[in-house]
Design a protein around this ligand. Structure first.
Ligand SMILES: N[C@@H](CCC(=O)N[C@@H](CS)C(=O)NCC(=O)O)C(=O)O
Length: 200
């Protein structure tokens, strides 16, 4: 199994953390979607991170699809799926927070000042705030489940990539939750800066 994509992507990181927690062996290829387009295209021409190359050579995209597929092969990973509406809701909100944060990041990283839409940015920033507030009200002790891993990876991305434009301190419960999650060995083995440090 090859997991392709940089861990600064919250989607790639949620997959890496889950695989490490479930002790699913994989090879991490920290190839950038932007700096290594040719290398990425050769492995996964859809240019989506994460991409997973299976042992049979199939290329899967979409983090939840990848985790669903691998859950059919690993009972430990399957046991990390949400149970009950509250956990499904947390996972959905966390994935939306990732999406909105990535949109804000792309809007300023990839679009020149003349190409940006202020009304779009404001709308996305509102959605992001609603999502972060919902997670803040929802989280407790972090567990190694897909919902909690996604929530912590989402907040880690918000803090690291757009923390200068989001008042992350106002989500105190989510901040404490994420800080605790980051101390767990699978999170430490997949830091959001470079490659997996200790694939199992
Ligand atoms: N819904 C997807 C989102 C993945 C995603 O958008 N990843 C970003 C990197 S953080 C990406 O592939 N960006 C390039 C693009 O969207 O074309 C998932 O859960 O995997």
């Amino acid at each position: 199994l090859q997991l392709i994509g940089m861990l600064d992507s919250p989607y790639v990181r949620r997959v890496a953390v889950a695989l490490i927690a479930a002790r699913v062996a994989f090879e991490h290829k920290p190839i950038s979607l932007f700096r290594h387009i040719d290398a990425f295209t050769k492995l996964s021409p859809l240019l989506k991170a994460p991409s997973l190359v299976t042992d049979e050579g199939f290329v899967l995209v979409e983090s939840s699809v990848i985790l669903d597929y691998l859950g059919t092969r690993s009972p430990a990973l399957a046991a990390m799926r949400p149970e009950g509406a509250a956990a499904f809701r947390r996972l959905g909100v966390a994935l939306t927070v990732m999406e909105k944060a990535v949109q804000i990041h792309y809007e300023r990283a990839l679009r020149g000042p003349g190409e940006r839409s202020e009304s779009w940015r404001e709308r996305v920033a509102r959605q992001l705030d609603v999502g972060l507030a919902a997670l803040d009200a929802d989280v407790g002790e972090p567990a190694l489940t897909h919902a909690d891993i996604a929530a912590a990876c989402a907040f880690g991305f918000v803090t690291g990539a757009i923390g200068d434009v989001v008042d992350t301190a106002s989500y105190a419960r989510l901040r404490a939750f994420s800080a605790e999650a980051e101390t767990l060995p699978p999170f430490r083995a997949a830091p959001p800066i470079d490659g997996v440090t200790a694939p199992l």
